[in-house]
Write a protein that binds this ligand. Structure first.
Ligand code: ADP
Ligand code: MG
Length: 623
C-alpha cells in the first residue's frame, strides 16, 4: 500500500468516526461529554477539515502550475459554499463520499500499476563478478564494461553482455512476451532481464546497467505510465472544455433565476448552483480513463509490445495507413546467396572482397555476405571502412580501395556495371575503379507477414512499402504480399520525403504508422505519426526513435496491439458517454432542486465504480 493511500485511509477513518458519531449522536453522551447544540457545527466542521485536507493539498499543488479547473477545486467550491450556508452536516457528508471515491481511485491505480510491474519483472537484483580466482556478489549498477560475470542456472542476467564461456538456454519471455528458449554459446549476446535456464555462463559486460536492455525498458514503461493522464488527446480535449463550462453554468444557475424571475430566493439558487457544481464533478470519469489506458499499456507490454505513451495507444486505434520498410521488416533480413558473377577475378575472390568490405556493417546484406563467406575475417587486413547508408560500403582492404553496393552507388562513382541476370538484390563490387562483378542475393518474406498484411487490408487500411532496394525485388515482394503501393530505390532521406508526401495527403484524424527495423530508417520512424520498430532487443536506434517497439521480430504482433488499442479507446468512450449521460440527468435534477449535494456525489462514486469495472476488461485482454 502506498504512503499516499495510507494517509487517505487514516483521514477517512478519523473523519468518518467523528462524522458518524455526531450524526448518530450518543457517543458523547456515553462518555459524558457535554456537546451542546452550539458545538455541533464546530465538530462537523472539524470532520470536514480532516476529510478535505488531502483535496486542499492536491488543489494547492495544481494551483502552482496554474491548472485551475479540476475536480478537486470544483468540490472545494461546492462544499465551501455549503459551509457558508451553514449546512455543515451536508458539507462533511459530501467530503466523506468524495474522499471514499478518491480512495477507490488511487487504490485501483495502485493495483493496476502493480499488476503491470509484476509482468515486467525484469529488474535484476544482483550480479556475480569475477575477482581474481574467486567471485563477489555486487549490485548490477556496480558492473563496468569489460568485467567478467558469472550467471548460474535460474539467475537473471544483470547487464547486457557477451558469452565468453559455457553453453546454455536463455528465457527471454520477460522481454519479448513469448517463451522461446534461445541457445547461447561463446560469442552470443545476452540481454539483461532475461533468465539463464541451465548451464553456467561466463560473460563479458558490454553495457553498464543503466544502458542495458532491462533498465531501458523499465524506464520506458515507467515514463509511459506516469504521463498517462495528460497525454491522451481524447480526455484532454474533454477536460479542457468541460470543467470551465460547468463552472460557468453553475455560476449562472446561482445568479440568473433570482435576477430574471420574480419571487425567487437568492439563497435557494445559490444552493442549487452549489449542488450543480458538485454534480458536475468529473472525477469518476477521469479515473476510469486513466485505468483503461494503463490497462492497455500493460496488456500490450505483456505481449512484447512496448508503447511509449497512452497517446500512441490512442493514435494506433485511429491508424488507417501502414507503411512497411522492406529489408529486415517484411523480409527476414537474412539473404540467401543466389549467384556469384565475377568479372576478371575468381568467384572466391569476389566473395572475399565483399565479405571483408562488409566486415563491420550491421546491415542485413552485410550479415548475409559474411555468412556466405563462411571463413573468419582477419581484421588486420582492413585499413578503413565507411558505410554509405542506402548505397553500400567504401573500404580499404590489403591497401586497396574497394567499393561494394548497389547500382546507384556504382553510377555515382562513375563505374560501369554489368547487367544483372535473374531477380534478387545485386551487390556490385569494384576494386579501385575496376568493376569486378556482383553477388546476387535474395531475401525471404517473413513467415507471419502474409497474415499480417491480409488482416490489415481486411480492416480497410492502406498498406504501402518503402525500400532502398531495386524495383524488381520490391515489386516481387509487394505482389506476393498483396501490397498495392510500392516506392523503391529510396535513399534514407528519400524515405522521409516520400513519407511526408503521403502524410500531407491525409486528414488530421487519420494516423499513419511506419514499421521498420531501425536500420537506415530511424528518421522515418521518428517522422511518422506512429513509428513502430521491430527487434527491440539489441537495437538502440529502434528503441530511441520509435514510439512503439515490437520486442520480437514479428510483424503479426501489430495485430494484437491494434486490438488492444481499439479495446482501450472503446472502453474510454463508453465511460465518457455513460458518465455524460448520467451527468446531464443529474444536472437537470440539480437545477430543479431534485437532488441534494450528497446524492450527487454518491452518484459520481457509482459512475466511478462502473467505469472502473469496464476499464478493467482492457487489462484482462486475452493473451
Ligand atoms: P530497405 O529500405 O529495403 O530496408 P536500405 O535502405 O537499408 O534498404 O538499403 C537500400 C539499398 O542500399 C540496399 O538494397 C542495398 O542495395 C544498398 N545497401 C545498403 N547498405 C548496404 C551494405 N552494407 N552493403 C551493400 N549494399 C548496401
Ligand atoms: Mg531496412
Amino acid at each position: 500500500m502506498s504512503k499516499e493511500i495510507k494517509i487517505r485511509l487514516v483521514e477517512l477513518a478519523a473523519g468518518s468516526v467523528l462524522y458518524l458519531g455526531l450524526l448518530i449522536g450518543g457517543w458523547y453522551d456515553y462518555w459524558n461529554l457535554a456537546v451542546t447544540k452550539e458545538m455541533e457545527p464546530v465538530l462537523f466542521m472539524a470532520a470536514y477539515v480532516i476529510l478535505a485536507a488531502d483535496t486542499c493539498w492536491q488543489t494547492a499543488k495544481k494551483l502552482r502550475h496554474l491548472q485551475l479547473f479540476d475536480e478537486n477545486l470544483l468540490m472545494l467550491f461546492a462544499t465551501g459554499g455549503a459551509l457558508y450556508l451553514e449546512k455543515y452536516t451536508e458539507a462533511a457528508a459530501v467530503m466523506l463520499i468524495f474522499h471514499i471515491g478518491k480512495l477507490i481511485e488511487s487504490q485501483t491505480l495502485d493495483h493496476t500499476k502493480r499488476s503491470i510491474a509484476k509482468f515486467m519483472d525484469i529488474r535484476p537484483a544482483f550480479a556475480n563478478r569475477k575477482r581474481g580466482l574467486g567471485e563477489e556478489t555486487v549490485s548490477p549498477e556496480e558492473l563496468r564494461i569489460g568485467q567478467i560475470i558469472v550467471i548460474r542456472p535460474g539467475e537473471k542476467i544483470p547487464v547486457d553482455a557477451v558469452v565468453m564461456r559455457g553453453l546454455g538456454n536463455i528465457d527471454e519471455k520477460a522481454l519479448t512476451g513469448e517463451f522461446q528458449p534461445r541457445s547461447v554459446s561463446m560469442g552470443s549476446r545476452i540481454y539483461s532481464g532475461s533468465i539463464n535456464m541451465d548451464g553456467v555462463l561466463d560473460a563479458r559486460v558490454t553495457r553498464v546497467y543503466e544502458e542495458s536492455t532491462a533498465a531501458k525498458i523499465l524506464s520506458m514503461v515507467e515514463d509511459a505510465m506516469s504521463n498517462k493522464g495528460e497525454s491522451q488527446s481524447l480526455v484532454e480535449r474533454f477536460a479542457r472544455f468541460y470543467s470551465p463550462i460547468v463552472t460557468i453554468l453553475g455560476i449562472l444557475v446561482m445568479l440568473l433565476p433570482p435576477v430574471l424571475l420574480s419571487g425567487q430566493e437568492p439563497e435557494t439558487w445559490f444552493y442549487r448552483g452549489l449542488i450543480f457544481l458538485a454534480a458536475a464533478c468529473p472525477s469518476g470519469l477521469l479515473a476510469s480513463v486513466t485505468v483503461a489506458f494503463l490497462g492497455g499499456l500493460g496488456a500490450a507490454s505483456r505481449q512484447g509490445v512496448l508503447i511509449k505513451s497512452g497517446s500512441y495507444l490512442e493514435a494506433l486505434s485511429q491508424t488507417d495507413t501502414f507503411i512497411f520498410d522492406k529489408t529486415g521488416t517484411l523480409t527476414e533480413g537474412t539473404f540467401g546467396l543466389k549467384e556469384i558473377c565475377p568479372k576478371g577475378i575468381t568467384a572466391a575472390q569476389l566473395l572475399e572482397i565483399t565479405a571483408y568490405a562488409e566486415a563491420y556493417s550491421s546491415h542485413p546484406i552485410a550479415l548475409s555476405l559474411r555468412d556466405a563467406y563462411e571463413k573468419g575475417i582477419d581484421t588486420s587486413r582492413i585499413g578503413y571502412i565507411q558505410e554509405r547508408s542506402g548505397l553500400g560500403i567504401e573500404a580499404v582492404i590489403d591497401g586497396m580501395r574497394v567499393y561494394t553496393g548497389n547500382v546507384r552507388f556504382m553510377e555515382a562513382l562513375g563505374i560501369q556495371t554489368q547487367k544483372v541476370k535473374g531477380s534478387g538484390t545485386a551487390v556490385h563490387a569494384a576494386v579501385g575503379r575496376r568493376y569486378v562483378g556482383y553477388v546476387l542475393i535474395s531475401d525471404r518474406v517473413r513467415g507471419d507477414v502474409n497474415d499480417t498484411i491480409r488482416w490489415l487490408r481486411q480492416q480497410r487500411m492502406e498498406v504501402m512499402m518503402l525500400t532502398g532496394d531495386n524495383e524488381h525485388v520490391a515489386n516481387d515482394v509487394a505482389r506476393s504480399l498483396g501490397i498495392e503501393y510500392v516506392y523503391a530505390n529510396l535513399m534514407p532521406q528519400d524515405k522521409v520525403a516520400q513519407l511526408e508526401e503521403i502524410m500531407s495527403a491525409q486528414l488530421e484524424s487519420e494516423k499513419l504508422a511506419f514499421v521498420g527495423d531501425g536500420i537506415n530508417d530511424a528518421p522515418v520512424l521518428a517522422r511518422a505519426d506512429i513509428g513502430i520498430a521491430m527487434g527491440g532487443l539489441g537495437s538502440d536506434a529502434a528503441l530511441e526513435a520509435a514510439d512503439i517497439i515490437l520486442m520480437e521480430d514479428e510483424p503479426s504482433r501489430i495485430i494484437n496491439a491494434i486490438r488492444i488499442s481499439r479495446g482501450t479507446v472503446r472502453a474510454v468512450k463508453e465511460n465518457l458517454y455513460f458518465s455524460l449521460f448520467i451527468k446531464v440527468i443529474l444536472l437537470g435534477l440539480a437545477f430543479f432542486g431534485g437532488v441534494t449535494m450528497g446524492d450527487a456525489v454518491i452518484v459520481d462514486v457509482a459512475v466511478l465504480a462502473i467505469g472502473l469495472l469496464n476499464s478493467f476488461w482492457v487489462l484482462k485482454f486475452p493473451e
